[in-house]
Ligand binder design. Structure first.
Ligand code: PLP
Length: 411
């Protein structure tokens, strides 16, 4: 093999302004380049405990079981669903975008009886609509998405925990795209399980999924627990419910690895854990509420700038996530050509859309390390140039001025 055909890695410099992934904070990249240590080194288990404590702060919870599942965000989703759903369980999924469909698919693989309610893309559910469906279906679990990046909508969750408690329903949300950029109160909102991912507002690389489990959810999972032969002499299935079909996603085993037992399961993804630790440290150092306000500030500046250019936005703006904006692609331009010019000539990535929005909407993100003024101004300026180049005329400088005005600057 001619190894010279494989030069040293040198990825292009990009400004990632799509719906995720985003550029990682340089401090996170530095943390990831730290040397590896053994998985039972007291320094490593100390870092694992620190990560649990830090993510309790990020999730706003007292839950003991707040840890990382190794794998991208859907590893966290799959670990929770696989561990909590018993074959035949009824689950209810309010679907308002692509990621609601993903929850249905994973729940079906867990052999749940899946019930859905749907609203058109660009809308969210009222608590009443969800309560009515709970009364009708009587599910064991309510599976929700908080921020569905496919539509840019944020489902209000604050009243659902109370409803779930009244009907004895376990309450889960996928907060991958929303956590850190929009309010999420795990304990105050009565959530039994939440999963997230690093590559959105948390500002890190994909590859690890922070999750948190309430004591009630822990009990459900412990009832299905299995212990691997060769790890403990009394290896057996010690739960009374049917065994979780996955070894990798068996949260009972993962808890025994993160807990004081330190029973061997997988080898914790050390570099990814270093990154996740630094992300949480940066978020809590800034202050979670300050970070959410920052996402709102830059999301709103982008929105004003886009509108001043004469572009339309997608969806019900009263329920828009702070960190991602849907922009309707004007009839006269080719959406993919705009994205290609943004990438090739400006080094800026913006997002396309899936399903019913494909070819109709761009998605522009302002999240994590890229929820910054310079990123918003650079993106608006490039978008204006590209649109005018393609003969979609915008009032010159209007987008930048509107964003500047939003920031309160007189420049
Ligand atoms: C982006 C996103 C994911 C991503 O999952 P990965 O496995 O990290 O690619 C999951 N859920 C939601 C709501 C998202 O927005």
């Amino acid at each position: 093999m001619d190894i010279t055909q494989f030069p040293q890695l040198n990825p292009p410099q990009r400004l990632l302004m799509g719906p995720g992934p985003i550029n990682a904070d340089p401090r996170v990249l530095r943390a990831m380049s730290s040397q590896l240590i053994g998985q039972y080194d007291p320094a490593m288990t100390h870092y694992m405990n620190e990560v649990m404590a830090l993510y309790r702060g990020v999730f706003r919870t007292e839950n003991r079981w707040t840890l990382l599942v190794d794998g991208t965000s859907r590893a966290g989703i799959e670990a929770i669903l696989t561990s909590a759903i018993r074959p035949g369980d009824k689950v209810l999924v309010p679907v308002f975008g692509r990621f609601g469909h993903l929850l249905c698919e994973i729940a079906r693989r867990c052999r749940a009886e899946v019930h859905t309610i749907e609203v058109p893309w660009g809308q969210v559910f009222t608590p009443d609509a969800i309560e009515d469906a709970i009364k009708r279906v009587r599910p064991r679990l309510l599976l929700t998405v908080q921020g569905d990046t496919s539509t840019t909508m944020l489902q209000p969750l604050d009243q659902l925990g109370e409803i779930c408690r009244r009907y004895g329903v376990l309450f889960y949300t996928d907060a991958t795209a929303s956590l850190g950029g929009n309010p999420l109160e795990t304990d105050a909102w009565g959530l039994d399980a939440v999963s997230a991912g690093m590559q959105k507002c948390l500002g890190g690389p994909s590859g690890t999924s922070p999750i948190t489990l309430s004591p009630a959810m822990e009990e459900v999972i412990r009832r299905r627990k299995c212990v691997e032969a060769g790890i403990r002499t009394d290896a057996h299935q010690d739960g009374d419910d049917e065994m979780i079909y996955s070894n990798y996603f068996d949260l009972g085993m993962i808890m025994d690895y993160w807990g004081p037992e330190r029973l061997n399961h997988h080898t914790e993804a050390t570099s990814a854990l270093f990154a996740a630790r630094e992300c949480a440290r940066l978020i809590l150092q800034e202050g979670l509420d300050n970070g959410i306000a920052r996402h709102k500030l830059h999301g709103d500046a982008l929105l004003k700038g886009v509108r001043a250019m004469g572009l339309e936005t997608f969806g019900d703006l009263t329920h828009k996530m702070n960190n991602v904006l849907g922009v309707v692609i004007p009839q006269s331009v080719n959406g993919d050509q705009v994205r290609a010019l943004m990438l090739d000539d400006f080094g800026i990535e913006i997002g396309t859309s899936f399903g019913p929005l494909h070819g109709k909407v761009w998605r522009i993100g302002t999240m994590g390390y890229n929820a910054r003024k310079a990123c918003v101004m650079t993106t608006l300026s490039a978008l204006e140039s590209v649109l005018n180049h393609l003969k979609f005329t915008t009032p010159q400088g209007a987008g930048l001025q509107a964003a500047w005005d939003h920031y309160g600057s007189q420049a």
